[in-house]
Design a protein around this ligand. Sequence first.
Ligand SMILES: *Cc1c(COP(=O)(O)O)cnc(C)c1O
Length: 440
Amino acid sequence: MQTSTRSDLLLKRSLAAVWHPCTQMKQHETLPLVPIARGSGCWLYDFDGRRYLDAISSWWVNLFGHGNPRINAALTAQLGELEHVLLAGFTHEPVVLLSERLSLLTGGALGHCFYGSDGASATEIALKMSFHYWRNTGRPRKTRFVSLAGSYHGETLGALSVTDVALFKDTYAPLLRASTQVPSPDWRLAENGESPREFAGRCAQALEQHLEQHHLETAALIVEPLVQAAIGMAMHDAEYLRRARVLCERYEVHLIADEIMTGFGRTGTFFACEQAGITPDFLCLSKGITGGYLPLSAVLTRDAIYRAFYDEAVTRGFLHSHSYTGNALACRAALATLDIFEHDAVIEANKAKAAALNDAARELAQHPKTRNFRNTGMIWAFEIETGDAGFARRFFERALARELLLRPIGNTVYFMPPYVINGDEIALLTQRTLEIVAQA
Ligand SMILES: *Cc1c(COP(=O)(O)O)cnc(C)c1O
């Protein structure tokens, strides 16, 4: 009684005072907010003892569970030393260590690390750096950007201008710079009998045609390697990335890899680009970077790009900044996250976990109501054939009633669990999802 009063009050006050993201607030007249009191591992708990398996890693950020003891300990220790200091003219150990380690993870190819606060700001930084590089090197006409159909790169005005999700973009169209979208290699769009790789090759030809005509005014191509998540976990063959890398080289166009979601092991390798054997000119990271603890993003780039900014003239430098750049606590959380990757050989361990989930999901994958069951690394998705416009909400509510946090995108249901999910939790996730699908 006591706790549910506390919870009811919290919901009322939240709706009055908090403007929630990605939400038409009026829908909460009939859809209750979910109050969360605490988290542990894959589980979130409310005030009344109900629990929810966080099968979407709290919007794709959590890697090693809620309340992770190792990240907690690292943050507690950092709190005793330094919470934050401005990064212009100053430096500190966590930001240096993190920059060195991220660079090493690219094999040293991307040796310069610039920090932002979130994914959208990483996109902004990469776009600005690319344009500024061409300007500094005498190619000021290169001002245009290319992205894939259905791409998502964040929702600030610059990031939204290369995003191609109508729901988020159309309202703000009058405020946005035009950009070009080339066909997405999403294999669901392949023709009958065409393999994902062949389809990727065909899409790369469309990219080639565009670059052939427009390379002189094109600064960069930005892609989400292997998985375009926000449009509904669209997956493509690594061949597209290999071809894009070659084309960008040939036409002198930067390749920006937006690994904000795909980075940190999500697609089965530490970075998705590894599966194509390519190195981008800019690598955008966020989401899992702090294990889901604190907002932080990074843009890594190579030495030749860095050197084009290195000059006596102040305005040839990259003057972009934000107040919390390289925040010490966030960098420490990121270092603790990297320690876990190393210590627990996570990339290797996830292979067994992914195989176990694929096994457990066999019936789901073959169920007559599911389509396009697919998996890349620690991401699973399938479509449900439905004419119900309210499908996502209804599925979300049914999942909550079965202790699952699932948040379909349109009629695409996906799993993106924390890497600490265990066998029992995998069984619970797949069985209960199957129940919901069978009933739907
Ligand atoms: C989430 C996401 C972003 C934006 O990150 P925010 O932190 O939400 O601004 C950009 N690109 C991709 C691929 C993403 O998944």
